[in-house]
Design a protein around this ligand. Sequence first.
Ligand code: NDP
Length: 380
Amino acid sequence: MMKISEKELTRRGFITRVGQGLVATGVTAPLLKNAHAQLRVPDPPGKKLGWAIVGLGSLAINQILPAFAKCEKSKVVAFVSGHPDKANKLALRYNVNPKNIYNYQNYDSIKDNPEVDVIYIVLPNGMHAEYTIRGLQAGKHVLCEKPMASTSAECRQMIDAAKKADRKLMIAYRCHYEPYNKEAIRIARAHELGPTQMILADAGFAAGDPAQWRLHKALSGGGSMMDIGIYALNAARYLTGEEPTEVNAMSFTDRNDPRFKEVESNVIFQLRFPSGVIANCSSSYSYFHQSHYRVMGTEARLEMDPATWYNGNRMWIERGNKIEQIELQEADHFALEMDHMSDCVMQNKEPLTPGEEGLRDLTIIEAVYEAAKSGKTVKL
Ligand code: NDP
């Protein structure tokens, strides 16, 4: 059997040769004209909402702050951090007024700052509920990183706080907003592969330093399921558009490994959906890395590998003995999700991934833990 990489090379080679042929025959002019017609010309800059970033760690510094340059409706105006030196340095870089730098003690006084419309919680998972609720009580809209919180009970408190404050609450499930995963959702739900029969989804990476918060339950809420397995779970849900009714699970954690004294590493879990689709998913902190899903329809199979990286995701469909590589324009996941949130605030619309979306994942993760512990199917 031909390897996928060989098939891809063959297809790319074909496209290149066809392109050269077109140049030679002068057919490119109308094509180029067409390409110009398809160029997306951005609107002139309009109103941008002011964002405060809470927790200046790896994700905030490497992904979220640079993404503001690509936002059309969002700008960064404030920081909340336990490290003023770091916050001041980033303020200089991103043109944030030093008077808009807060710490975890004076965070609530952000309510008096009219420049801040939306707060983005990028803290360890165990702090999401408290800082989301405090942000909502300060009268601000909140975007909270995944997983929404450590428990479903905390998720409910966050949703209640948003309702009480009449503010928007969105969970940062970036894959719902980026072109490749959106296209996979469209293809699967339109039954372009035939009705979906099975979904296989795997997510994992090797957790490093045993001292990091991800490996300590009070700050993480749990192990790989909370941090990375949630991608496989969320993918199974967004690819079907359904909610699972039953969960099975098995887990294995090497408790002699200094990283895994408090949290789990390897989990395999299965979900049954109302239409009959079944999903087999894995989550791990113990191997190199994995970000992969397959949607198996009666007529074709859609595959993404990697499926959830910030960029470089690849998608193909295998039908009969042909593989079709799907190539889309990449876009910044964080800019897209932040602008979606700003748009929802400005237009008073419900976000695509509201608090209820985060609650559903946490409820299922709790069922996964219960099924792994009891060895029994958990009905939802
Ligand atoms: P980091 O550890 O790199 O950053 C967390 C930041 O939180 C710290 O830098 C610190 O900021 C602040 N903080 C406050 N109290 C503590 C504490 N007790 N221990 C550690 N940090 C503390 O984590 P990440 O940036 O990787 O992850 C943050 C959140 O983002 C998590 O919920 C994670 O699940 C999510 N995430 C989402 C991703 C996605 O693709 N959507 C990818 C990666 C992470 P300061 O010094 O400013 O106070």
